[in-house]
Design a binder for this molecule. Structure first.
Ligand code: CLF
Ligand code: SF4
Length: 483
């Protein structure tokens, strides 16, 4: 069968495409990364910020059981370590998971990673995790395998993870001091009995550190997720960052606590708040120079499917998938060829944009919110955006520093004022919004809140658009638009 015609345009953008970020050179390997490491991360949307513009992950919810209790988790909801609250639509058996993976791979060409992130713990529910991965690699060998775990049972399975070529493991580590841990974990279940308080947190801490060291010794890339809980572990995460860096963590991802009374969690019911966006950013900024930070996490559901920030899980519930589904590699193969070309283009554009910003000779720092549907372009309408990617432009260059989730402002052609107020509140601290299109009314209301919104750079490379805005503000010569 001949490969189907495919382009980034058809998958992620409404216009032309092109792409890659300053962290990625042409063919998009960053200068500070070993080729062998780049090979492992270049198609992983969580481990490479650049890759997240092009590649998608799929979580298969095969691991419902858990061996600890976190104060931010209610089992009726997703694992809060790796998801935003919301029930998992359906738990899967390993066979169902394989069927679903094939169905997704046939129509989502960006798919590159299969993750097991709950809704419980992938290492505690080990038999299901292992059976699922074994069956998936039989069907589609080039998919990367990834797990997320609280770490308690992790040391028991490192050797098998290695045997199965699982290159990416996430451990959620919220503390290195058991006194702090006792305020996060009421109990753990370990060696056939329940442990509570500081003793439980001490055991968990020791197992997490052991697991991290074992993975690092085997060259398995390990990301540490930490939930930032104001007044409980926010300051303490500076210490956590040092510990995990010393033990070989590849990335550290600080995630904001999501706490709502409706979720029925201990923290939700007792009024423990999560951090505001600017508090999270301030902590992340303080951690620069320590373990390398991930700043593009979307706190996915345990059954998420698609590009980060664009969950398509509801399109692939079991009742929509045929019993007999066979894998067709053509779309994924064709897409990869397009991405290889795009990465080179985007790397060149980003390099040029970074030089312009650095050369602007301005002491300014701008926070810029970008509406994007993927592909590294400014290609979403303001009213259609459900999130904005947040970039910082400063004399150091251009970097992605986070994202802000919003309610979609425009539905059915109309925008609601109440929704717009929420969007503006979510954009606290932002200087400029870049989008493909915006109406006069939201533009005026954003302006009144001190935020300039522009659609002049629609479908442009994100970094090119940012550098043009930054240079104009600094009086330097702007880049010519290439879109
Ligand atoms: Fe899933 Fe996690 Fe693997 Fe990614 S998610 S198991 S590493 S494939 Fe990614 Fe989602 Fe953030 Fe997790 S954006 S919550 S970091
Ligand atoms: Fe919930 Fe995950 Fe914590 Fe287990 S590890 S209690 S599933 S958040």
């Amino acid at each position: 069968m001949s490969a189907p015609k495919i382009s980034l345009q058809s998958e992620t953008t409404a216009k032309s495409a092109g792409c890659a970020s300053s962290t990625c050179g042409s063919s998009a390997r960053p200068g500070d990364m070993e080729p062998a490491i780049w090979e492992k991360v270049k198609d992983h949307p969580c481990y490479s910020e650049e890759a997240h513009h092009y590649f998608a992950r799929m979580h298969v919810a095969v691991a419902p059981a858990c061996n600890i209790q976190c104060n931010y988790c209610n089992r009726k909801f997703d694992c809060a370590n790796e998801s935003r609250p919301g029930v998992v639509s359906e738990k899967l058996t390993p066979d169902q998971a394989v069927r679903k993976v094939i169905a997704v791979a046939n129509v989502v060409p960006q798919l590159s990673v299969i993750g097991i992130a709950g809704p419980g713990d992938a290492c505690f529910d080990w038999n299901k995790t292992k059976a699922t991965f074994e069956r998936i690699v039989n069907e589609i060998p080039d998919l990367k395998l990834c797990i997320s775990t609280n770490g308690l049972a992790l040391p028991d399975h490192v050797a098998e993870l290695c045997d199965m070529n699982v290159d990416h493991v996430t451990i959620t580590i919220n503390m290195v001091d058991p006194e702090v841990g006792a305020r996060i974990y009421p109990w753990i279940f370990y060696k056939h009995r329940r442990h509570t308080g500081v003793e439980a947190a001490r055991i968990l801490h020791e197992r997490q550190m052991l697991g991290l060291e074992m993975l690092a010794a085997r060259g398995i890339l390990t990301k540490v997720n930490s939930v930032m809980i104001p007044g409980v572990n926010d300051e303490h995460l500076i210490e956590v960052n040092k510990w995990v860096k010393q033990r070989g963590a590849f990335l550290h991802n600080i995630m904001p606590l999501i706490s709502d009374r409706e979720h029925g969690t201990h923290y939700g019911l007792t009024g423990q708040r999560g951090p505001r966006a600017m508090e999270l950013k301030a902590l992340q900024d303080r951690l620069e120079g320590g373990a390398k930070l991930m700043r593009h996490c979307r706190q996915c559901r345990a059954d998420a499917v698609g590009l980060l920030g664009d969950d398509r899980g509801q399109e692939f519930t079991l009742d929509q998938i045929s019993d007999e589904v066979t894998y067709d590699a053509s779309r994924r193969e064709a897409y990869r060829e397009v991405v290889a070309r795009e990465r080179g283009d985007r790397a060149a554009a980003k390099s040029e944009a970074t030089e312009l910003v650095k050369g602007a000779d301005s002491g300014k720092s701008l926070l810029i919110a970008v509406a994007s549907k993927g592909g590294g372009r400014v290609n979403a309408h303001f009213g259609h955006a459900r999130e904005f990617q947040i970039y910082e432009a400063s004399p150091e260059g251009i970097s992605l520093v986070g994202h802000r989730t919003v309610e979609q402002y425009c539905l059915g052609g109309w925008g609601e004022d109440a929704t717009l107020k929420g969007v503006i509140a979510a954009l606290e601290g932002i200087d400029v919004v870049l989008c493909a299109k915006i109406g006069d009314s939201p533009k005026t209301q954003l302006r009144a809140a001190g935020i300039r919104a522009m659609d002049d750079y629609g479908y442009e490379h994100i970094e090119t658009a940012i550098s043009t805005v930054y240079a104009a503000e600094s009086g330097a010569k702007p880049l010519a638009a290439t879109a």
